[in-house]
Design a protein around this ligand. Structure first.
Ligand code: NAP
Length: 242
């Protein structure tokens, strides 16, 4: 589905980002894994073989994001797919959340996705084609206790996605987002057992999702199968928070 396409995946060193990279490579793509942990990105890329390159990239750094895009065009000759996936959580109720916790989360998600979208769109509009996929969260749809920073950031990604989609549609560039629910990664492994169980109770399908199940929806949005979709937000939640 992505034969000879070139993708950049931020936060691609592990978790959902790595699952997306694995899926893309299995479908014929070349991928650049751009992660703040450069050693992890290189290790992950080595697992995927010659179709993958790992680079150090902090998505809050404009120059680093530009360099990741240039790694794709320089090493593999194009940029067809950009996945803005890098993410962090700094959960706390507003009584305990610091301004630093708020700003760090907004920076990585909103500024990071904006820098990635902008840098990728610049290449794609010249090419006349491309697909950008932003990783939001169901937390951005419903708002979650202890996540005023993360919910704001993930809702912000939806606005960014829709506005960017309208700006670049006439150039053949599509911009869409996904909102995963509870997915089994290091990010959610940090949850307390009682919190994990409470979340499970809310899920009609009665289980957490796997990174590969997010990766399949991202593959759909990245590929020609979704050629007439832009500005869309797809939920991957097992039916939670409908
Ligand atoms: P993860 O396992 O923690 O992976 C996130 C990756 O992003 C890590 O490799 C992390 O590196 C990297 N990263 C963090 N800050 C970065 C930065 N400034 N620049 C570049 N890379 C950075 O998390 P995940 O669960 O796969 O999450 C991936 C995305 O899905 C995130 O946007 C998250 O918000 C979203 N999401 C996850 C869930 C879920 O249930 N897991 C649900 C909804 C949405 P370090 O490990 O070195 O920090």
């Amino acid at each position: 589905m992505l034969q000879d396409k070139v993708a950049v995946i931020t936060g691609g060193g592990k978790g959902i980002g790595f699952a997306i990279a694995e899926n893309f490579v299995a479908h014929g793509a070349k991928v650049v894994l751009a992660d703040i942990d450069g050693a992890q990105a290189q290790k992950a890329a080595a697992e995927l073989g010659r179709s993958a390159l790992g680079v150090t990239c902090d998505v809050t750094d404009q120059d680093a994001v530009q360099a990741a895009v240039e790694a794709a065009t320089g090493e593999f000759g194009a940029l067809d797919v950009m996945v803005n996936n890098a993410g962090i959580t700094r959960d706390a109720t507003m009584r305990k959340m610091t301004l630093e916790d708020f700003e760090a989360v907004l920076d990585v998600h909103v500024k990071g996705a904006w820098l990635g979208t902008r840098a990728a769109a610049a290449v794609m509009r010249e090419q006349g084609s491309g697909s950008i996929v932003n990783i939001s969260s169901i937390s951005g749809k419903v708002g979650m206790i202890g996540q005023t920073n993360y919910s704001a950031a993930k809702a912000g990604i939806v606005g960014l996605t829709k506005a960017a989609a309208k700006e670049v549609a006439h150039k053949g560039v599509r911009v869409n987002a996904v909102q995963p629910g509870l997915i089994r990664t290091d990010m959610t492994a940090a949850l307390r057992e009682d919190v994990w169980q409470a979340k499970l109770q809310e899920i009609p399908m009665q289980r957490a999702g796997e990174p590969s199940e997010v990766a399949d929806v991202v593959l759909f949005l990245a590929s020609g199968l979704s050629s007439y979709m832009t500005g869309c937000v797809l939920e991957i939640t097992g039916g939670r928070h409908l």
